[in-house]
Design a protein around this ligand. Structure first.
Ligand code: SF4
Length: 359
């Protein structure tokens, strides 16, 4: 059911939520200023990543790249190195490309207009609305999962919120309810309420500043909304990886384009690896022969590790191969470096886990 509030009631509703937010807002490093660059970096890092995990990365990244010009000047491997461990590396590549575009086309200032923001790499509707409203107070409503849940409960909207017609309905509601003269605080207030009070499993309706307008609360439906999403089937895959080690303790990292590569290794440096089915050792041996020209490597199985990527359960099967010489002629780009120092180059968390099984 859509939410209908008379203009005066809507203003009271907005004042209540804004006052609550201003008194209860949590402090995060990205809330220390409204510098669009800092807001933008935070929004990108927070996509698909928890707040607690983002904070140390955010602080390190901002120390190394304090403004958009510093980021635009940097080389991509260094940007990826400071992103290393956060996952979804296309975010870092797009951030870097967008920084260059902002310096080249917008005199180093994040554009204020929606069209211009949307033309930057890695900026979609949600991210553009979040940055422009939070940094510049542009009157654009932001709808994330938290805000959507609050709005759905306010209007007692049942069903799966991610169904296209439900999401459209919620987007319209978000725009109608937006406090247009305080868009920055308003959007953050709605999302913050969803994260801290109107939580998925345990909404604290008694402590909620807007409970008197809430249909789900009035009807005792807060726990039923939203309906659980239909689960996607999880796929199990196994990746065997070879940690080659020469007598000097050096190893070989490669960049291997492959089916498993995008989500797991993200086109960063990785150990030679291949998806395997029945006989991991034999399949990896064949892979080493085909891609590195290695014949008869003796593989020693190391403890396996689990790695979850969206809708996939990955089992990492690391193998140690002691060799006299590391392969020199490889089909893919390769680097040789001390095994204990592989984190000097950009690597994904899957590669860290594989190394950890030995180190
Ligand atoms: Fe959410 Fe309860 Fe507040 Fe309604 S009253 S918005 S269900 S916390």
């Amino acid at each position: 059911m859509p939410i209908h509030l008379k203009p005066r009631t809507l203003r009271t509703f907005q004042s209540r939520l804004l006052a609550w937010f201003r008194a209860n807002r949590r402090e995060f490093p990205w809330r220390a200023s409204r510098d669009p660059y800092r807001v933008w970096v935070a929004e990108i890092m927070l996509q698909q990543t928890r707040i607690a995990a983002v904070i140390p990365y955010y602080e390190r990244f901002l120390r190394r790249f304090p403004d958009v010009r510093a980021l635009a000047r940097a080389r991509q491997p260094e940007v990826l190195k400071f992103w290393s461990g956060l996952g979804y590396y296309s975010r870092a590549r797009n951030l870097h490309a967008a920084a260059k575009a902002i310096v080249a086309k917008h005199n180093g200032e994040f554009p204020r207009h929606l069209e211009a923001a949307l033309s930057l790499p890695g900026i979609g509707n949600y991210t553009a609305a979040a940055i422009l409203s939070i940094a510049y107070d542009e009157p654009l409503a932001v709808l994330d999962g938290n805000a959507a849940r609050v709005l759905a409960r306010l209007g007692a909207l049942c069903g799966d919120l991610r169904e296209p017609h439900a999401w459209r309905n919620l987007s319209e509601t978000a725009s109608q309810m937006l406090a247009r003269d305080s868009a920055s605080d308003w959007n953050q207030a709605l999302m913050e309420l969803g994260e801290t009070v109107c939580t998925p499993q345990s909404p604290r309706c008694a402590a909620c500043p807007i409970n008197r307008w809430c249909e789900a609360h009035a009807q005792g439906l807060a726990h039923e909304i939203p309906a659980p999403r239909k689960k996607r089937v999880t796929v199990n895959i196994q990746i065997a990886a070879a940690i080659l080690c020469d007598p000097q303790g050096r190893t070989l990292l490669v960049k291997e384009p492959g089916a498993h590569d995008h989500a797991l290794f993200s086109r960063l440096w990785q150990f030679p690896a291949v998806e395997v089915k029945r006989n991991p050792g034999a399949e990896l041996t064949k892979h080493l022969r085909v891609t590195l020209g290695m014949n008869g490597a003796t593989l020693e199985a190391l403890p396996e590790a689990r790695h979850g990527v969206t809708f996939r359960n990955v089992t990492l099967l690391p193998f140690l191969a002691r060799v006299d010489h590391l392969p020199a002629n490889t089909t893919a780009p390769a680097r040789i470096l001390p095994l204990v120092k592989i984190a000097r180059v950009p690597i994904s968390s899957a590669t860290r886990k594989i190394a950890a099984s030995l180190l």
